[in-house]
Design a protein around this ligand. Sequence first.
Ligand code: HPA
Length: 271
Amino acid sequence: MLSETVNFIQNKIKENLGNFVPEVGIVLGSGLGELADEYCEYALPYSEIPGFEASTVAGHKGQLVFAKLNGKNTVMMQGRFHYYEGHSIQKVVYPIKIMKKLGVKTLILTNAAGGVNPTFQASDLMLITDHINFMGINPLIGENDDTLGQRFPDMSEVYTSELLELARKTAHKLKIDLEEGVYMALTGPSYETPAEVKMARTLGADAVGMSTVPEAITAAWMGMKVMGISCICNSAAGISNISLSHEDVINAANVAKNKFKTLVKEVLLNL
Ligand code: HPA
């Protein structure tokens, strides 16, 4: 299946863009898809791609977008697959494997998240320094594809230190406040209870969300360099007494999206 998908996409790229090999992959989280709209040279809807699922979440368009962005051939996922949509965890990470096969060496994962660190505010950006997989499942469960990575992959540096350094330097130069912390993934789709948020904090999380970790594990397994950026869209349950809605999450991402885009573009320039 992998090679069928890769051949299909490569043929589409050839027809529409000629000789284009993506070297950077970007997964755009809820409300952060505008980067793809602005630079799109060619878009391929997930519904047309063999092996891909259709994305169903509001605020997610559901297409692969190809573009040269600040000199780097880039493939962007405008919308991702979530485990809570009912997809198997293998389907959730399938596009990441495809990116690897297409030639992507560096992956930038972005998401909307709830702030668990009480110093965080809505619309803050957080550089993911590490993660806690609290989804109760791992995308590498099942037969191991030895051509992609080894059975027991090291996870001591999922978020590549050289990319962390680049993100910090870039944010500093652009005068963009960039928080840092540990992202904990839960399955969702229900938001956390205040007790769960307290647990997350106690276990060392700074933010909670429903994505990113399966993709990061898969990318690290395949030897990709990974950077992760969370848009803190709300204080997680119990941190403030406002109840949570997807609409508020999208609104906060809207407020953050300009600094987010500026940061990502400058990071690409300096990759
Ligand atoms: N929890 C989990 N996922 C989220 C949140 C949250 O508070 N906000 C945005 N995505």
